[in-house]
Design a protein around this ligand. Structure first.
Ligand code: FES
Length: 117
C-alpha cells in the first residue's frame, strides 16, 4: 500500500514531521542531501516518539586525530535516552544490531512524497 503524505517541498533538508500512514505513526525526514526517508515513530527501547528527537549527523570512520562529519541530518536521536538511528535503514548506530526501527520506502511522485507501507 502507499499513501501521499505531503508536497515534496513541504520540508527543507534537516526537517522532520510526524505523519499518519494508514494506522501507523511515522516520522518523515528530509535528510541533509535533500532525500526523504521515513521510520516508524516509536523508539524500540521504551517507546518514545522519535519525531520529538533531534535530527543530526555523526562522525565517520577516519584516521587518528581526524574528525570527519557525515550523514548530515540522517541520524535521528531518541529524545528519551538518546539512542541514535540511521534514517536510511532504521538501524541503530551502536553495536546492538537487534535495535532497529521499521523503515519505509519513500518515493517522490508528481511533486508529492509517497510512503510505501
Ligand atoms: S525510549 Fe528511545 S532510547 Fe529509550
Amino acid at each position: 500500500m502507499r499513501q501521499i503524505v505531503c508536497s515534496s517541498e513541504a520540508l527543507v533538508p534537516g526537517q522532520k514531521m510526524a505523519v499518519q500512514v494508514g494506522k501507523r505513526s511515522v516520522v518523515l525526514v528530509r535528510m541533509g542531501n535533500g532525500d526523504y526517508s521515513a521510520l516508524m515513530d516509536t523508539c524500540p527501547h521504551q517507546g518514545a516518539k522519535l519525531s520529538d528527537g533531534e535530527l543530526t549527523g555523526t562522525t565517520l570512520p577516519s584516521g587518528v586525530g581526524e574528525y570527519v562529519y557525515g550523514k548530515e541530518a540522517a541520524v535521528l536521536r531518541c529524545p528519551w535516552h538518546r539512542w541514535e538511528f540511521d534514517v536510511t535503514s532504521g538501524q541503530a548506530l551502536f553495536e546492538d544490531r537487534r535495535a532497529c526501527v521499521k523503515h519505509f520506502e519513500v518515493t517522490i511522485e508528481d511533486g508529492n512524497v509517497v510512503i510505501h507501507y
